[in-house]
Design a binder for this molecule. Structure first.
Ligand code: PEP
Ligand code: MG
Length: 577
């Protein structure tokens, strides 16, 4: 009989495939053969990881509170001694060379061998020390992988058409999975606004998140169905159920085919007003889709994925080549490039919030990180400016909180322009500069920001997270994530009004903009530019083409004072009817 489980559907579509369980916490690694000429590099990687593990342990030792018992520091000392012992410092290097294998695999072989020795000890005390050994090995393993988050390795042939079940996935993992041809994924943690979920939607990868203990209930290799809309997960479905879900897959395809008739339809409200529908893009693959649905351009290019894909900071040329390619593909339509928004759930080894960041979403993220270390931002700004000579490009700064921060970023842009002028590079001297309004302080000060900007863009994913004080990737507080909360809607309205007052466009590029349930409400609040995942554009166009703006203004204002959930639902039904 089928086992039915329920998580949160975050990326639409039905997938049918066999279960593949990813046990990331146990450092699942595959053996990779390393060519002889690359062994030196692999040894270097190991040495670097070993030294990072050492640094991390020293930092832990330094941070031990003074009042802690002596045992605590003795414990760390022991770990440091173990780390420096040949069994961890040099033996794995010998294994890399002898077996011509990757560092993770060598470390795993060495750990298994040592743990076996400890297990065979008669002395129960010594036998229990194997936990210490495992911990120290894990420190090195963590340093070898993405900041303690397991990098799931290169393209994995065995994942093709499988449904991956994991505790959690980083956005970088999700990209690797898509390239490996997985059918979908289920995670035990995570929420609908995590960048992993956003990426899954953009890649059209059906996904269910927040299914606690999924790895306990599901068995490797068993057939599974997931519905990325309802969040339903069905193990061992019988023939009738499989037929039912095949039919659902066909219905979804039919619905999209029907909507595709709107590809060439004008993006105007029924009452005639022009509404701009732009696309969000994360990866180059999005270009194909956004061209197919005839998006009016790119309203948000999340450039972090250029960093995440190779876990490194791209150099100016790499940025430049990518932007030129994208702007050329857009054939005259605008490309809004958001400067890198690393931090929180988007980290690479070279740039992370650091061990002190207990609250990375509120830490050194987005523009803060770039202003703290302009060497991250300047090559990107140079590349964006240079690419602006090839087509219409706009710059957008993320995570702005204060006006001085914006002025500092603009100053950096001006000095970058000057350095390009000196070298004779061509660029758009009047390149438009916009700011993302995603922190409540910025929304409240939208009028002040508008004085210095050519456009504003409302990032509702973060605006909601920060207004309601709920971590967007924490499934335990997902139930509080509410775009209809009057505080959120009032902030959105303030930003739209600031745009009107200062005669600059306001776009919304958070996920709310791509949800057809909210289209009329947002039109009623005065929004005229929407940017969203390409696969939502036709649905939104469908709604706005059936909307008379004069009919939605007054009902939309009613939401600003409505705190009652049931009444909100009624208001929503009414405005959408
Ligand atoms: C947002 O916060 O709404 C947004 C569009 O940016 P991101 O989701 O990348 O944080
Ligand atoms: Mg954001």
């Amino acid at each position: 009989m089928a086992l039915m489980l329920n998580g949160m559907g975050v990326s639409r579509g039905v997938s049918i495939g066999d279960v593949y369980i990813l046990r990331r916490n146990q450092h699942e690694y595959i053996e990779q053969k390393i060519e002889k000429r690359n062994l030196g590099k692999e040894v270097k990687r190991y040495k670097k990881a070993h030294s990072t593990a050492r640094k991390n342990l020293l930092k832990i030792r330094k941070d031990i509170p003074k009042e802690s018992p002596d045992d605590v520091s003795t414990f760390i000392e022991t770990h440091l001694l173990m780390l420096d012992d040949a069994m961890m410092a040099t033996s794995p290097i010998d294994i890399i060379k002898e077996n011509q294998c990757n560092a993770e695999w060598a470390l795993k072989l060495q750990r298994d061998a040592i743990v076996k020795v400890f297990e065979s000890m008669d002395d129960p005390y010594i036998a229990t020390r194997q936990d210490d050994v495992k911990h120290v090995f894990n420190h090195i393993m963590d340093a070898l992988v993405l900041k303690g988050k397991t990098r799931i390795g290169e393209k994995q042939e065995k994942w093709k058409d499988r449904i991956i079940i994991a505790d959690d996935l980083t956005p970088a993992d999700t990209m690797i999975m898509q390239h490996s041809g997985v059918a979908g994924f289920v995670t035990e943690m995570g929420g609908p606004l995590s960048h992993t979920a956003i990426l899954a939607r953009s890649l059209n990868l059906p996904a269910v998140v927040g299914l606690h203990d999924a790895r306990q209930y599901l068995k490797p290799g068993e057939p599974l169905v997931i519905d990325g809309e309802s969040g339903l997960v069905l193990a061992e479905p019988d023939e009738t159920l499989i037929d039912h879900f095949h039919k659902r897959q066909r219905d979804i395809r039919r619905k999209f085919k029907e909507l595709s008739k709107l590809n060439d339809a004008r993006s105007r409200a029924k009452s005639g007003e022009k509404i701009t529908l732009l696309a969000n893009m994360e990866v180059e693959e999005d270009l194909k889709q956004l061209r197919r649905v005839k998006a009016a351009g790119v309203g948000l290019y999340r450039t972090e994925f250029l960093y995440l894909k190779d876990n490194k900071i791209p150099d100016e040329e790499e940025h430049y080549k990518t932007y030129v390619k994208v702007v050329r593909a857009l054939k005259g339509q605008p490309l809004t490039i958001r400067t890198v928004d690393l931090g929180a759930d988007k980290e690479i080894d070279a740039v992370s919030s650091g061990p002190l960041a207990h609250n990375p979403a509120m830490g050194l993220r987005g523009i803060r990180l770039c202003l703290n270390d302009p060497s991250i931002l300047v090559p990107q700004l140079r590349a964006i400016l240079r690419a602006s000579a090839k087509g219409p490009i706009k710059i957008m700064f993320p995570m702005l909180t204060t006006v001085p921060e914006l002025l500092q970023a603009k100053h950096l842009l001006e000095t970058t322009k000057e350095s390009l002028r000196v070298k004779g590079y061509k660029f758009d001297e009047k390149i438009q500069v916009g700011g993302m309004i995603e922190v409540p302080a910025a929304a409240i000060s939208a009028n002040h920001f508008a004085e210095h900007l050519d456009f504003l863009s409302i990032g509702t994913n973060d605006l909601i997270q920060y207004t309601l004080a709920i971590d967007r990737i924490d499934d335990q507080v997902n139930y509080l994530y509410d775009p209809l909360n009057p505080a959120v809607l009032s902030l959105i309205k303030m930003v739209i009004d600031a745009g009107v007052k200062h005669k600059i466009p306001v776009t919304m590029c958070g996920e709310m903009a791509g949800n057809p349930n909210y289209t009329r409400l947002l039109l009623g609040l005065g929004l005229r530019e929407f940017s969203m995942p390409p696969n939502s554009i036709l649905e939104i166009k469908n709604v706005l083409r059936q909307t008379r703006l004069s009919n939605v203004r007054r009902p939309a204002l009613g939401f600003l004072h409505c705190t009652d959930k049931e009444k909100q639902t009624l208001l929503l039904e009414k405005i959408n009817s």
